[in-house]
Design a protein around this ligand. Structure first.
Ligand SMILES: [Zn+2]
Length: 256
């Protein structure tokens, strides 16, 4: 039996009409490296309540086209903004330090999480004419209600900073830190650039490496060149660009 080649999974976060130009720029950069079939696109139905998909038919046509060309489409929250303050001190710490108020699924109750997940999936599937591949919470933050809602809503793929898992079966599909960049402040940018420099070495012992880019990344040339550099180092390690759905298929194959 041969060992499968280590994978590189690449995702574009915050796919929304609000960032149409930035998403196009990221696609221009990434598609030649990975191909569109190996890109995950994380769609926000109504970013900050200011960019509803249903009011952007031209963007919906693009979304349908990306899906038809093979991109994996994920639901990424509903409006990407937290409505409630988390109850626990640990979650309040996570909300404050890991996001700019964007932990939409951190303090949410299970019932409203399920409703948003189902409504968001239906909205996107009606647009693209294909099933969505999974759900990834804004800022990768899930409270208990959101964790339970994932299985109830039937998603077979989710991820956070350190894991990819199948919420229905409970199986962990991949581990290891996601490499991502922060454009919000000079300090955060500097620390994300520093991590990206060491990440390929750290990830060399993991079968799956994950790269996640955001619309704001295109505003900083230092981030763009770090993304290019990090991806080419990961590919030189012998990784092949792949799809999140391969992880589910592999785990089901192993279980069979
Ligand atoms: Zn996001």
């Amino acid at each position: 039996m041969t060992t499968p080649a280590p994978l590189l999974l690449t995702s574009i976060h915050d796919v929304s009409p609000r960032f149409e130009g930035e998403i196009d720029a990221l696609l221009d950069r990434l598609v030649p490296v990975t191909s569109i079939q190996n890109l995950a696109m994380l769609v926000v139905p109504n970013f900050w309540d200011a960019a509803p998909l249903h009011k952007s038919p031209a963007f919906c046509r693009k979304l349908r086209d990306w899906s038809a060309r093979g991109a994996e489409i994920f639901l990424h929250g509903w409006h990407h903004r937290a409505e409630h303050l988390p109850q626990s001190r640990f979650d309040r710490f996570r909300a404050k330090h890991l996001t700019a108020g964007e932990g939409e699924f951190l303090a949410i109750g299970q019932e409203s999480a399920v409703r948003k997940m189902r409504d968001g999936r239906k909205l996107i599937e009606d647009i693209i004419g294909n099933p969505v591949s999974g759900f990834i919470a804004p800022a990768w933050l899930y409270g208990t209600g959101a964790q339970e809602a994932l299985a109830e809503a039937g998603f077979t793929l989710a991820e956070d900073h350190m894991h990819v898992w199948n919420p229905v079966s409970g199986a962990t599909l991949a581990t290891g830190p996601v490499v991502t960049w922060a454009s919000r402040s000079t300090l955060r940018t500097a620390s994300s650039l520093a991590f990206a420099r060491v990440a390929p070495a750290i990830l060399s012992r993991y079968p799956v490496a994950r790269i996640a880019v955001h619309p704001g990344d295109v505003s900083k040339p230092s981030i763009l060149s770090s993304i290019d550099h990090c991806m080419s180092r990961l590919l030189r390690q012998g990784r092949v660009p792949g799809r999140y759905s391969e992880l589910v298929a592999d785990s089901q194959g192993l279980a069979a």
